[in-house]
Design a protein. Structure first.
Length: 213
C-alpha cells in the first residue's frame, strides 16, 4: 500500500494539477491504486477531470489518480509508525541489496509474472520483495538476497532491458556485479541485435542462468 501512496504523492507534488497520469504508472500499479480507491485512500479521475487533463496534456488521458485526504494521512502515518525490529534470521540472511524505486517497480513486475514465465523468479525471492523495507529518507528499498536470488533479479532486469530500459540492468551490474548473459544456444533464438544489447560493456560477471525456482 505505502509504495503506491508514496508514488502518487511524489508525482502529484511534481505537477501543478496534482494528478498522476496513465503514462506515469504501470498497469499493475494502476490496479493497485484502484484497490486503494475502494478504501477511500485514492481518488480516480472522473470523465470531466480526464477531459480537463487531456486538454492540459494535449493528448487523451484515460486514467489518472491522486491521494485523498485520508490517503495523505495514511501515508504520513505509515512513514513514521514504529516498526518491528527484524529478527536475526531476517537481517542476517543473504547479501544486502538496495534498489531505487524504478528498479523495485521493475522487479515487482517480474515477480507478478512468475506464473507465466518459463524461467520464474528464484525460490523465496517473491517473499523477500514482499517484506522489503523502504528507507524514505534516501528512497531506497532494502532486501537481503541469496546469490541465487540476485542472479534471478539480474534475469528480471534483463527482461526489462530487452523490452524497454537498460538503466536498471546496467546499474545492478555496476553495484552488485550481477548480469544475465544468455548461453550461446539461447542467443541463437534472440532477435537480431539483442545479443549485443544483452552483453555488458565490461567483463561478464554473475550467473548466466537464473534459478528456476
Amino acid at each position: 500500500m505505502l509504495p503506491v501512496l508514496e508514488a502518487l504523492c511524489e508525482r502529484g507534488q511534481a505537477v501543478g494539477h496534482g494528478w498522476t497520469l496513465d503514462t506515469e504508472f504501470l498497469l499493475l500499479h494502476q490496479q493497485q491504486a484502484g484497490a486503494l480507491a475502494g478504501q477511500g485512500l485514492v481518488e480516480l479521475a472522473g470523465r470531466e477531470d480526464r477531459a480537463e487533463l487531456s486538454v492540459l496534456e494535449g493528448r487523451p488521458v484515460r486514467w489518472a489518480a491522486r491521494l485523498t485526504p485520508h490517503g495523505h494521512d495514511a501515508l504520513t502515518y505509515g512513514r513514521l509508525r514504529p516498526r518491528a525490529e527484524p529478527t536475526p534470521a531476517e537481517s542476517g540472511t543473504g547479501r544486502p541489496v538496495e534498489l531505487i524505486p524504478s528498479r523495485m517497480a521493475a522487479l515487482r513486475v517480474f515477480i507478478h509474472l512468475a506464473d507465466r514465465l518459463r524461467l520464474p523468479p528464484a525460490e523465496g525471492l517473491a517473499e523477500r520483495v514482499r517484506t522489503a523495507s523502504c528507507d524514505h529518507g534516501i528512497k531506497r528499498w532494502r532486501l537481503h538476497l541469496t546469490e541465487e536470488q540476485i542472479a534471478s533479479v539480474a534475469y528480471g532486469f534483463w527482461l526489462h532491458r530487452m523490452t524497454g530500459s537498460a538503466a536498471e540492468a546496467n546499474r545492478f551490474l555496476r553495484e552488485y556485479g550481477a548480469a544475465y548473459l544468455p548461453s550461446p544456444a539461447e542467443q541463437e533464438h534472440l532477435p537480431t541485435g539483442a545479443v549485443a544489447a544483452a552483453t555488458p560493456s565490461g567483463p561478464a560477471v554473475g550467473s548466466s542462468q537464473p534459478a528456476a525456482g
